[in-house]
Design a protein around this ligand. Structure first.
Ligand SMILES: O=C[C@H](O)COP(=O)(O)O
Length: 276
């Protein structure tokens, strides 16, 4: 496991919040206030801003990510940015399976598996988002939903996916902009860690992954979510802009990691010598 993957990870997903007009100011603010070096800090600008943001972000110690990649660049219906083009633009990460793409573009697990495969083949680290919807939550199907999404997402490749980042991003929390409780989150993160361990045991591939949380994370809740739910970082949407808020979240995560003596992704807890 590389030194970087032992750090907590904060990903700012700009979506379309940062316009071309606002971009130069944001880049200046991100450059002026040094972000904590003990946090790996990724910024995912909109694809049309990648060219002009890559240089300044990389020069200031940020890591670059893509907001999505195409299912297969060779398919005639490929409309998204190829993973290889993201690499050329300087990206290290790419978000796949984002809740909004699952919902608005009806992206399914099979397409997401292809995206994961494309990302890995291009040398990117996939940031795989998954989570249950409101109905699944109400009917206690959360574990089943997560298991299905996980298994199908990694079904197409047998390579070492230890670097893959998993983001728990419950659809219901995004729909309502609900802030998840630390207790709720802690329980589901534990389940996810267990599911990942089972996948590891079944396939003999890399483990453990970094598990992040995404959904209404801000400068006020980032630290308590980090410590209370034992996550490895956060995926931030709205609060990734303005830069001041995003930098404060990075500081909170750094502080939480120090308080919790964070030492990298954890294994599933053991009960009587076996995984819980
Ligand atoms: O990509 C980020 C997630 O959609 C979370 O967005 P949010 O922080 O605005 O709730």
């Amino acid at each position: 496991m590389s030194e970087e993957t032992l750090k907590p990870l904060v990903i700012g997903n700009w979506k379309t919040y940062v316009s071309r007009e606002a971009c130069a100011g944001v880049l200046t603010e991100l450059a002026d206030v040094p972000h904590p070096k003990d946090v790996e800090t990724v910024v995912c600008p909109s694809h049309t801003l990648l060219a002009e943001t890559a240089g300044p972000l990389l020069a200031n110690g940020y890591v670059l990510g893509g907001q999505s990649c195409s299912v297969d660049p060779d398919l005639p219906d490929a409309v998204d940015v190829p993973a290889s083009a993201l690499v050329e633009a300087g990206c290290k990460y790419v978000v796949v399976g984002h809740a909004e793409r699952r919902r608005l573009f009806a992206e399914n697990d099979h397409q997401i598996a292809h995206k994961v495969q494309q990302a890995i083949q291009a040398g990117l680290t996939p940031v795989l988002c998954l989570g249950e919807d409101a109905d699944q939550r109400r009917s206690n199907q959360t574990t089943k939903a997560l298991q299905k999404q996980l298994q199908q997402a990694v079904a197409l490749f047998g390579a070492d996916w230890s670097k893959m980042v998993v983001v728990y991003q419950p659809q219901w929390a995004l729909d309502d902009k609900t802030v998840i409780s630390v207790i709720q989150l802690a329980g589901t993160i534990r389940t996810l860690r267990q599911l990942l361990q089972e996948l590891h045991e079944d396939n003999g591939v890399g483990f453990p992954q970094r598990i992040l949380y995404g959904g209404s994370v801000d400068e006020h809740n980032a630290a308590s979510l980090m410590i209370g739910a034992e996550i490895d970082g956060v995926l931030v949407g709205r609060a990734s802009y303005p830069a001041e808020r995003f930098l404060q979240i990075c500081l909170e995560v750094s502080l939480a990691a120090r308080i919790g003596a964070y030492a990298g992704p954890r294994h599933a807890p053991l009960v009587n010598g076996a995984a819980a």
